[in-house]
Design a binder for this molecule. Sequence first.
Ligand code: NAI
Ligand code: MG
Length: 329
Amino acid sequence: MYKIAVIGGDGIGNEVMDSCEYLLDKIDLEFSFEYGIAGFECFNNTGTTLPEETINIANKSDAVLFGASTSTPGQPSPIINLRKALNVYANIRPIKSYKGVNCIRDDIDFVIVRENTEGLYSQVEYGDCEKMIAERHITKKASERISKAAFNLCIKRGQNKVTCVHKSNVLKKTDGIFKESFYKVAKQYPQITAEDYYVDATAMYLLTQPQNFNVIVSSNLFGDILSDESAGLVGGLGLAPSGNIGDHNGLFEPVHGSAPDIAGKNIANPCSMILSASMMLDYLGEWELSNDIKKAVEKVIADCKIRTPDLGGNACTMDVTKAIVKELI
Ligand code: NAI
Ligand code: MG
């Protein structure tokens, strides 16, 4: 029996989480779900976007599922703080072409490994009405740790190249240390090609030659931006899962946010959340079930019959969920 912390958040976060739980209830594995609150609605009710109680529930679980939350003006981001509280330092975001989806190529299969604990996400900003400063923290320790995670993931995926993405021509000190740490770690993996590109060039290469990437490792903000761009190459945010992995916990969430433009309409694509649950099962060592879920999602997408409006269909969130479950059992 796995103890799973479930934090739906708000907007479509709760809608895709309902789908995910519906699916997990149907598979041949026992879970005990413990529920935590976070986000905009949580702030309105409790005065904080991330209550201590939610962090405790997450800390005591075998893994955490997170939906999405709307940003709250003047308040810290609950997901950034939860990632930091759990020290889940490696944000793993696989990008893959799916059959039946309008991808820009059909041979895209790479993963973005985003550093999760520092960079421009320190949320330390100050100044006055004339000038504002945001701190960008980059440490050798976190840069080496994330590089190691990227090389290990490259081996796990059976691929042979890791690309470090930075802007060290301008951010000479912070990205200087990031790049240096990457090449230091690369020496421990002589069988894997290590290369680096500037982030602006990478943004273009992702459009012109996405098939050439295996594993991309980058700092927090660059990794965030490149992962939404990459999701756009292969069908959009409705198909983009992620896992945040640390040494003691794993937190799994779709790449997308709370999508206020479609919230409450029951048309959110549940696939990114369900694929995130598949990543959670892989993390828990339930490789067969993880793979079955991935295959079931791929089958439903390839059939082109039951799909949400973001993929050109007119099915609702639960229709897609039930179609995936039908493939599974
Ligand atoms: P978003 O990811 O919520 O939405 C961007 C676009 O993608 C929208 O057009 C939306 O309808 C579409 N989309 C996203 N997920 C979809 C799905 N599952 N199915 C179909 N279409 C989908 O990003 P946006 O609009 O920039 O941010 C909305 C709110 O979410 C903001 O308050 C933002 O701060 C927050 N946010 C939260 C995140 C989190 O909780 N991890 C991550 C990103 C944004
Ligand atoms: Mg993002």
